[in-house]
Design a protein around this ligand. Sequence first.
Ligand code: NDP
Ligand code: 8X3
Length: 252
Amino acid sequence: MSKIALITGATAGIGEACAHVFAREGYDLVLTGRRADRLEKLSEQLTRAYHVKVVTSVFDVRDRQDVISKLEELSPEWRKVNVLINNAGLSQGLDPIQNGNYDDWETMIDTNIKGLLYVTRVVSNWMIGNGSGHIVNLGSIAGKEVYANGNVYCASKHAVDALNKGMRIDLLPYGIKVTGVNPGAVETEFSQVRFKGDKARASKVYEGFEPLAAMDIAETIWFAVSRPAHVNINELTVMPAAQATATNIFRK
Ligand code: NDP
Ligand code: 8X3
């Protein structure tokens, strides 16, 4: 029987790249996100290219009841999830704390922390029932450092870093591995979302150096997940070669 990976935020960027890599490796997939059309298209593409089974589940990770009910709608064979990739996440705005936008704060906290918790609460219980599992949490260099105006996004990713450690302790008796993957700058829709559709401002973030591609992170996640059973990679911080810290980027 094929293994199963459940990926949140599979409609774009790192989540979508993970879907390609795990399908290539023969995993059946549960793909989730809010944009149903993208999930359907990706599902068709992966089914055709890799002959794997794919189910899609459309929900907003911020909606606790919907997360629980959509996941519980999955049939028993799809609950045998081997790998959960907690990837759905975003940044909104880049403002000093005193001018922060309340809605942006709530969106980041509700998505990056609470959404990750809602999904994990359901799927970790399936993994406990299955006797094993591997959870990969997408943190960030912003969960390791704090930069000017990054305040709440950085706090949300520091929370992911703490949850990563806490999950690893709590799930230890159940044979569930927990890995945190903390990327530096990855060129995806991330900056367009952060700057609310301002493409010119978003593209400036990646100007003058080669950022990571979503596939670099997906391959890193695959490396962590494909280690032998007795090995767990607790965390990996992965940066573009041109980036030393969150803000120290060598631009040509
Ligand atoms: P993208 O914006 O390209 O993709 C984000 C994904 O998250 C989309 O699939 C989106 O799907 C999903 N998502 C966002 N909000 C919600 C929500 N409320 N409910 C369900 N799904 C949601 O960004 P990345 O691929 O770059 O980001 C993936 C993860 O990696 C995030 O956690 C991000 O913080 C982290 N990261 C990114 C870095 C970067 O530089 N790009 C660096 C470090 C970490 P949809 O809109 O369809 O719901
Ligand atoms: C995304 C990377 O540096 O914009 O998490 O916070 S950064």
